[in-house]
Design a protein around this ligand. Structure first.
Ligand code: ARG
Length: 430
C-alpha cells in the first residue's frame, strides 16, 4: 500500500521502475527521517496543530525508533515505497490515529530534502575529519623523511632536486586547501528546508525557525521555492567537494604508483601491501594505489552525472531528483573508504634514501650550479650558458659548488618545506 494509493491498483512494473534503488538508499536516511520528524512534531505542538499529549506520544515513539535504528538498523518492508512511508506506517502501527497526524503541514518533498541535508551535513563533516587526519599523516611522514632527497621531474624528465618533505608536504597542503571546498558543501547542507512542503509552503502557521533551531541548522531556506530547488544543488556541491578530495587522493596515488616502478625506485611499501602475479614469480605490484587512483578518477564524474540529471529541470519537484540519491550516497562511502585505506597505508611508504646517487641524476643540480656562479657576480644568462657548456664539454664537476643550506632557503623549498606552517594551518582548520 502506498501513502498515495486511492483505490485503483498500481502497476507493478511501473512501480518497480520508478522506485529503482531508492529503498536501499533510503535505509541510509532512516535515522535522519526520524530526527526531522521529531523536530516537526514538536513544532506542530508549539503552533497548536497537535495536542501536547499527541505530540509527546509521537516524539516518544520516534525517539524509541531512533534508538532502534541506531542499534539494529532499519528495514523497509516489501511493498513500502520509501523511508518516509515506512516511518509513518510504523507510527500508525504503534499509535493508531495519532500516527496519522505526523504528516500535517509537510510533504515527502520537504521530508526527503531535510533527510538529505542532515545526512550530508553529518557525512561531509565525517569526511572533513578524515581529510584533516590524512593531511596530518602525510605531514608526519613528510617530517620523518623531511631531508631525504627525491629527484624532481618535469615533462617526465629529470629536473631539479626535491625532497620527501616537499613531495609529501605538497600533497598534505592540497588536502588542507580541499577543506575549504568541503566547508562550502557543508554550508550548502546546513540550511533548513522544512516547511517548504511540496515546494510552495503551507497554509498552516508553521514555525520554520523552530525546526531550524531544533535541527541545529545555521539558517532557514527562505523561499519554499528555493528550498525545493536546493534538492540536487546540495548534492551537487557535495559531489564537487567529494570530487576535489578524490582528485587530490588520486594524484597522490598516481605518484606512488610511478615512484614504485623500478625505473624510478623512489619508494617501496612492505610486501603485505603489494599484490603478486599469477605467472611472474618476482612481482610485487602497487595495486592498492592503482585501485585508489581508479576509484578516485571515477568519483570525479559525479558532479557531471548530477548536473546532467538536474540540467534542464524546471523549478519545483520532479521525480528525476530521486536519481541523484543513488549516486551521491555510494560516492560518500567511496571517498570515505579511500581516505581510510590511505590512512592505513601511508605510514608504510618508505623512501629510497640513496636514489640521488643514480647516475641519471648527475646534472639535477644544474640550476644550483648556475646560482653558484650568479652569487659570484656573473649575470644569470651568462652563468646559464657557462653551465650548459660545461655539461656539453664534460667539465661539469669543475664548476663552483652550488649555494645551499637552510640558512638561505626560502619557504617551500627543499631546505625549508614549511611543514610547521602547514601544521599551523591544519590546526586552524580544525
Ligand atoms: N523517493 C522520492 C525522492 O527521492 C521521495 C519524494 C517523493 N515525492 C513525490 N512527490 N513522489 O524524491
Amino acid at each position: 500500500m502506498k501513502l498515495w494509493e486511492k483505490g485503483a491498483a498500481v502497476d507493478a512494473m511501473m512501480s518497480e521502475f520508478t522506485v529503482g534503488a531508492d529503498r536501499a538508499m533510503d535505509v541510509r536516511l532512516a535515522r535522519w527521517d526520524v530526527v526531522g520528524s521529531i523536530a516537526h512534531a514538536d513544532m506542530l505542538v508549539s503552533v497548536g496543530l497537535l495536542s501536547a499529549l499527541d505530540g509527546a506520544r509521537l516524539v516518544a515513539t520516534l525517539s524509541d525508533l531512533l534508538a532502534e535504528i541506531d542499534s539494529n538498523g532499519f528495514v523497509i518492508d516489501d511493498g513500502v515505497e520509501d523511508v518516509h512511508s515506512q516511518v509513518e506506517q510504523i507510527l500508525v502501527e504503534r499509535l493508531g490515529d495519532i500516527g496519522k497526524r505526523i504528516h500535517t503541514g509537510r510533504s515527502r518533498n520537504d521530508q526527503v530534502l531535510v533527510d538529505l541535508k542532515l545526512w550530508l551535513r553529518h557525512e561531509l563533516r565525517t569526511v572533513r575529519r578524515a581529510v584533516v587526519e590524512t593531511a596530518g599523516l602525510l605531514l608526519d611522514l613528510a617530517e620523518r623523511h623531511r631531508d631525504v632527497s627525491l629527484p624532481g621531474y618535469t615533462h617526465y624528465q629529470v629536473a631539479m632536486p626535491s625532497s620527501f618533505g616537499l613531495w609529501l608536504g605538497g600533497h598534505a597542503e592540497a588536502l588542507i586547501e580541499d577543506l575549504s571546498v568541503l566547508d562550502m558543501a557543508i554550508h550548502a547542507a546546513n540550511a533548513n528546508p522544512l516547511g517548504s512542503a511540496a515546494g510552495y509552503g503551507s497554509t498552516f502557521p508553521l514555525d520554520r525557525e523552530a525546526t531550524t533551531r531544533a535541527l541545529n541548522f545555521d539558517r532557514v531556506h527562505v523561499t519554499s521555492t528555493f528550498a525545493q530547488m536546493s534538492r540536487g544543488r546540495t548534492e551537487k556541491l557535495a559531489a564537487m567537494a567529494i570530487a576535489q578530495v578524490a582528485s587530490t587522493l588520486g594524484r597522490f596515488a598516481s605518484d606512488v604508483v610511478l615512484y614504485m616502478s623500478q625505473n624510478f625506485a623512489f619508494v617501496t611499501i612492505p610486501d603485505a601491501f603489494t599484490t603478486g602475479s599469477s605467472i611472474m614469480p618476482h612481482k610485487k605490484n602497487p595495486d592498492v594505489f592503482e585501485v585508489m587512483r581508479a576509484r578516485c578518477n571515477r568519483l570525479q564524474a559525479l558532479p557531471t552525472e548530477i548536473q546532467l540529471v538536474l540540467g534542464n529541470l524546471p523549478s519545483g519537484y520532479h521525480r528525476d531528483l530521486q536519481f541523484v540519491k543513488d549516486r551521491v550516497i555510494p560516492a560518500i562511502d567511496e571517498v570515505a573508504l579511500c581516505l581510510a585505506v590511505l590512512q592505513h597505508v601511508v605510514p608504510h611508504v618508505q623512501p629510497n634514501p640513496s636514489i640521488m646517487q643514480d647516475a641519471r641524476y648527475r646534472y639535477i643540480d644544474s640550476v644550483d650550479r648556475v646560482n653558484g656562479l650568479v652569487m659570484q657576480g656573473i649575470p644569470f644568462r651568462d652563468a646559464y650558458r657557462m653551465v650548459a657548456d660545461a655539461i656539453a664539454n664534460n667539465t661539469y664537476d669543475e664548476l663552483p659548488a652550488a649555494p645551499s643550506g637552510a640558512a638561505q632557503a626560502h619557504l617551500g623549498s627543499v631546505d625549508n618545506p614549511g611543514i610547521d606552517e602547514l601544521r599551523t594551518r591544519l590546526r586552524r582548520a580544525l
